[in-house]
Design a protein. Structure first.
Length: 288
């Protein structure tokens, strides 16, 4: 029987997973032994940190065979979700280089990540904006409980009683792996400030030597505006399929929390942040 947090979430290994999803503790455990190839690339994020954005960037850097995205290939199928499928799903049998997406904490990823030094791109974002983005997303994705109020959701977030558990733990655990894992950290706000510069760094990490023109094209194809109109990148099809109620490409800015937090909530958030992240030397960009 599942350790229920709510009718929508269950706890497993201190994280919260979706009751109405197919994954159960046994399936999650099986993922540990999922066999990887040294050429695989993992995109890992805490939810709402810019996953869909990085998918769009990665497919263009890695899959130079399909630069035009004209084949109607959906990014979701090019960077399939590790924990949305059972370990014996055909997504195993894809040509190199395979890409995978995941929100799982490090200790639940396949052991081969470390053993084969598989490349991991970890995108993180200032958690105040994640509260806001998650709050809106909880009104969109049918598998999530609609929050009673922003106040309520804010408290659940600080307690880690939200999908995939605590943001603080997620970031801290990946940060702690940086010397043992082939991991490249990308800050959402740096993508906003200097998309081209971040794409160049990613190419270096991924061992891809692209021309200036190719890089310019990736940047053009990865702006908020361009992705909002690109159905292979923006998940709009999930609205038609009845799984989302609203667009994932919502605002795409840094600092929207200022339109949602009260002064008291902001002070409380700062206190919790300071306490939980006291031994992690990271600096968030709270607004641009
Ligand atoms: P907002 O809800 O704040 O607008 P994820 O893909 O991890 O679910 O994250 C979704 C967030 O990334 C949303 O944030 C979305 O707007 C933002 N996003 C997606 N593509 C983006 C882009 N090209 N530029 C800026 N933000 C983007």
């Amino acid at each position: 029987s599942l350790d229920l947090v709510s009718p929508y979430l269950y706890k497993y290994k201190k994280r919260s997973f979706l009751v109405n999803d197919k994954m159960r503790p046994k399936d999650l455990d099986d993922l540990l032994d999922f066999e990887l190839r040294p050429t695989d690339v993992f995109l890992v994020t805490y939810p709402k940190s810019g996953t869909v954005w990085m998918q769009q960037i990665l497919v263009q850097i890695m899959d130079t065979a399909h630069p035009e995205q004209a084949e109607g290939l959906n990014n979701r199928d090019r960077v399939p979700w590790l924990e949305e499928r059972s370990a014996d799903n055909p997504f195993r049998d894809r040509p190199d280089p395979r890409m995978f997406g995941s929100h799982l904490p490090f200790e639940m990823l396949p052991l081969d990540i470390k053993a084969k030094q598989v490349k991991v791109v970890y995108v993180w974002r200032n958690p105040k904006d994640i509260v806001v983005s998650s709050y809106h997303f909880a009104h969109s994705w049918v598998l999530l409980e609609t929050p009673k109020s922003f106040e309520d959701f804010f408290e659940q977030f600080l307690d880690g009683d939200v999908y995939m558990g605590s943001w603080f733990d997620h970031v801290k655990e990946y940060y702690a792996q940086q010397d043992q894992v082939n991991i490249h950290f990308v800050q959402y706000e740096n993508l906003l400030k200097d998309l081209r510069g971040e794409v160049v760094k990613l190419c270096a990490f991924l061992g891809k030597d692209l021309t200036d023109e190719a890089i310019d094209r990736i940047v053009d194809m990865s702006t908020f505006k361009s992705m909002k109109n690109n159905t292979t990148a923006n998940y709009k099809d999930l609205i038609e399929k009845g799984r989302y109620k609203k667009e994932t490409m919502r605002k795409g800015v840094a600092g929207d929390w200022k339109n949602h937090f009260t002064v008291a909530q902001n002070e409380r958030f700062d206190r919790v942040f300071k306490e939980k992240m006291s031994n992690v030397p990271i600096t968030c960009t709270w607004e641009i």
